[in-house]
Design a protein around this ligand. Structure first.
Ligand code: ADP
Length: 399
């Protein structure tokens, strides 16, 4: 069955059509600047040329209409008509405490997702718009919601509660939720497969290091802690997000810079991280690394702080699980940045970790990058959130 995977943001929409039997993508693409002048679609059919077209997309329904038209187009399309798309899997950012697993979408589920809008005001409404648009244009096609937060719902209360008055949890459900769950789940399972061990027997730490970055601790097949919190702002130093800071900084900055709380949060989300620390060089780690290599001191500091924070979280999660069998690196920086993995692992000598330099310099495949006698296995595993969403969708639709 062909499954259309949709990841709908506020002004963008990523899509992938995946054959659930071969688990290969048949076509993929991206709609950008939806609702803004100069909207464009990028589309790549498997084995074909990537094409980019500037075309008006006033709203998400138009974007989905265009995606469906492109997939079924006589010239560049990959399916004859919409009947060849068996199901749609939607990535939903926040499932709150309501969703600990993926679910078939019906009216009740839509309502429950809407009730989580408060927790992810930028993302969930956009995700819902994507579902509505698909329902309008693909009436009767089963749809599945796959939540970024679901995998982390197994965390114990001691890990997800903040040390603030309990009533705020009761009133507003303020707690740690965590994100990138689909990736943490996919990568930790894949690590067990690569190692030839039972998932349920392992203690695994997953470092998802992309522009957004998070670490998770997975013990006996269940997530027991993760670095992102109520929102994706907590935890690691990221491309543009600050990660952990003293919350008092917010009031301090608001006062000194005459900013509103919203403005300060905008700085912490969009102008901080390696971008801000490096003196605004770039939010792209490759640019910051390049500047570091050219001797830029702020870029050097930004990269050092990024690595140090990852190493600190690994240490914390070794303590949380009372040990670790495998540490996995994934996402843009984690999969490709061999220097980053090396520097982070240099902090971990106390765990008896030794990297295999040659393996660490390869990229693009699932592999063990530690030496044979390394006490803890280190792996590099390219994440594949779209495939994970397609698998969940397939499993639920064919139940
Ligand atoms: P997101 O999905 O959060 O946007 P990605 O997982 O796509 O993030 O990761 C994007 C990041 O990966 C970019 O900052 C990019 O610089 C970084 N990246 C890609 N290739 C490399 C590389 N070879 N070395 C270091 N960083 C890399």
């Amino acid at each position: 069955m062909n499954i259309l995977v949709i990841n709908c943001g506020s002004s963008s929409l990523k899509f992938q059509l995946i054959d659930s039997e071969t688990e290969k993508w048949i076509a993929k693409g991206l709609c950008e600047r939806i609702g803004i002048d100069g909207s464009m679609i990028t589309y790549t059919p498997a084995g074909g040329e990537k094409e980019k077209k500037v075309i008006p997309m006033p709203d998400h329904t138009e974007a989905i209409r265009l995606v469906l038209e492109t997939l079924t187009n006589e010239k560049t399309g990959v399916v004859k008509d919409l009947s060849e798309i068996g199901a749609v899997g939607h990535r939903i950012v926040h499932g709150g405490e309501k969703f600990a697993a993926s679910t078939i979408i019906d009216d009740e589920v839509m309502k429950a997702i809407e009730e989580c809008n408060d927790l992810a005001p930028l993302h969930n409404p956009a995700n819902l718009i994507g579902i509505h648009a698909c329902q309008k244009l693909m009436d009767g096609t089963p749809m599945v919601a796959v939540f970024d937060t679901a995998f982390h719902q197994t965390m114990p209360a001691k890990a997800y509660m903040y040390g603030i008055p309990y009533e705020y949890y009761e009133k507003y459900k303020i707690r740690r939720y965590g994100f990138h769950g689909t990736s943490h789940s996919y990568v930790s399972k894949r690590a067990a497969e690569v190692l030839g061990e039972k998932y349920e027997d392992l203690k695994i730490i997953v470092c998802h290091l992309g522009n957004g970055a998070s670490v998770s601790a997975v013990k006996n097949g269940k997530c027991v802690d993760t670095s992102m919190g109520l929102t994706p702002l907590e935890g690691l130093i990221m491309g543009t997000r600050s990660g952990d800071i003293d919350p008092a900084v917010i009031e301090f900055l608001a006062h000194k810079e005459n900013m509103t709380v919203e403005e300060v949060l905008n700085v912490l989300n969009k102008k901080s991280g390696v971008y801000g620390l490096s003196g605004n060089i770039s939010s792209d780690f490759r640019d910051v690394e390049q500047a570091q290599a050219e001797g830029n001191e702020k870029a050097d500091l930004a990269m050092q702080a990024f690595h140090y924070r990852v190493a600190k979280y690994i240490g914390a999660y070794v303590a949380a699980m009372n040990g670790v069998d495998a540490i996995c690196f994934t996402a843009g920086v984690g999969e490709n940045g061999s220097m980053n993995r090396k520097v982070i692992c240099e902090y971990l000598g106390y765990l008896g970790i030794a990297l295999d330099e040659e393996a660490n310099n390869k990229r693009g495949e699932d592999m063990v990058i530690s030496t044979k006698d390394s006490k803890v296995k280190v792996l590099s595993i390219p994440t594949n959130e779209e495939l994970a969403i397609a698998r969940e969708t397939n499993a639920l639709v064919n139940k």
